[in-house]
Design a protein around this ligand. Structure first.
Ligand SMILES: Cc1cc2nc3c(=O)[nH]c(=O)nc-3n(C[C@H](O)[C@H](O)[C@H](O)COP(=O)(O)OP(=O)(O)OC[C@H]3O[C@@H](n4cnc5c(N)ncnc54)[C@H](O)[C@@H]3O)c2cc1C
Length: 318
């Protein structure tokens, strides 16, 4: 398995648990790619109700529920408070209907959703500026208890219990398919030496580099990846409630304030990019700060000096 992000770690774990001999190699550290830049949410695809693809949402909810029951100490049911103002694409009553449908598609596995008036949001979440809020919804989904990279590392290490060999700082440089399977040329970046392995099958879990790894393997596909950049800003804690706050930004995109220990994490954005190597720009930062400052009540607006850390990655979309 080439690539130690969530997809590589899960592939290694599932294949090894099913009795295959598996090796997982990651050129940097486990979970150091896109899988350390996520919002850490394990959700059932509430947003996809917009496209009325009920089968997709039911399937995602089912996966979410199974993951939550398989890893009860790693995933926590978390309440979301979505505050909807006049710029939101839906009125609160319609969002509430959607939340009930979402709960039903999720087989009632979480606490039920609630329609919330602006006054109730003000009472439950005093940090939200409700002056423009028409109302909202409170509903549940799941959040990783620690963080995404840690979860990936745990799954990768977990695969060794079923006999998988895992190695970080090992990069796949070349691969050749012969009659007896693959010969894989690798570089141990830690020890500075070349390695070789043979395999009957190779799983390309290279994340945004799937096309690059695909070229090494000589595998052709009619599909193409497009990249969407997303950033998060880590700031001093905005709410003590433990809820995730959800808002629509000026472009009608959902963004969140997520709990992270003593901090809050604001994000994310969604910007199409050509190159998967991305970094937070001054423009990204200013956009997110402007969006959140317009929606929370805070004596002094959040500024650049309040940004403790930043996260930035690309969604690789087929
Ligand atoms: C801003 C943002 C927010 C997101 N929020 C969520 C969320 O809340 N919930 C959710 O479910 N999803 C979320 N996602 C999506 C999720 O993060 C990705 O779908 C997931 O991390 C992709 O994992 P991956 O294993 O495919 O890729 P990656 O994590 O990128 O892993 C690929 C790995 O392959 C390695 N690699 C590449 N080439 C080689 C080589 N030649 N040899 C060895 N190793 C190699 C890389 O070093 C890398 O570590 C979010 C994404 C972004 C960008």
């Amino acid at each position: 398995v080439v690539g130690g992000g969530i997809n590589g770690a899960v592939s290694a774990l599932a294949l090894a648990a099913n009795g295959l001999r598996v090796a997982l190699v990651e050129r940097h550290d486990f979970g150091s790619g896109t899988s350390q830049e996520s919002s850490c949410m394990v959700w059932g695809g509430f947003k996809y109700l917009e496209s009325r693809d009920l089968k997709l949402v039911a399937g995602l909810c089912d996966s979410r529920n199974r993951l939550a029951s398989a890893y009860p100490t790693r995933l926590a049911e978390t309440r979301f408070m979505a505050a909807l103002d006049h710029g939101a694409p839906f009125p609160p009553w319609f969002a509430a209907l959607g939340a009930v449908a979402y709960w039903g598609l999720g087989r009632l596995a979480t606490q039920p959703p609630r329609h919330r008036s602006a006054a109730t949001i003000e009472r439950l979440e005093p940090s939200v500026d409700t002056s423009m809020v028409r109302g909202g919804i409170e509903y549940s989904d799941y959040l990783l208890v620690d963080n995404d990279a840690r979860f990936v590392s745990e799954l990768a290490i977990g695969s060794t219990r079923y006999g998988a060999s895992i190695a970080n700082r090992v990069e796949v440089l070349d691969a050749e398919q012969g009659v007896n399977g693959w010969r894989i040329a690798m570089r141990d970046r830690g020890a500075g030496r070349d390695l070789e392995a043979t395999a009957r099958m190779v799983v390309n879990a290279g994340g945004p580099d799937v096309p690059v790894v695909g070229d090494l393997l000589g595998s052709a596909t009619e599909h193409r990846l497009v990249f969407s950049k997303g950033i998060h800003l880590v700031v001093p804690r905005i709410t003590d409630s433990g809820r995730i706050l959800a808002f629509f930004d000026d472009d009608e995109r959902l963004f969140y304030v997520l709990p992270m220990g003593e901090r809050s994490v604001i994000g994310t954005t969604d910007t199409p990019v050509d190159d998967p190597q991305v970094a937070v720009t001054a423009e990204d930062r200013a956009f997110l700060l402007e969006q959140i400052n317009a929606r929370i009540d805070r004596g002094t607006p959040l500024g650049e000096a309040d940004v403790i850390a930043e996260r930035c990655g690309v969604r690789a979309l087929v």
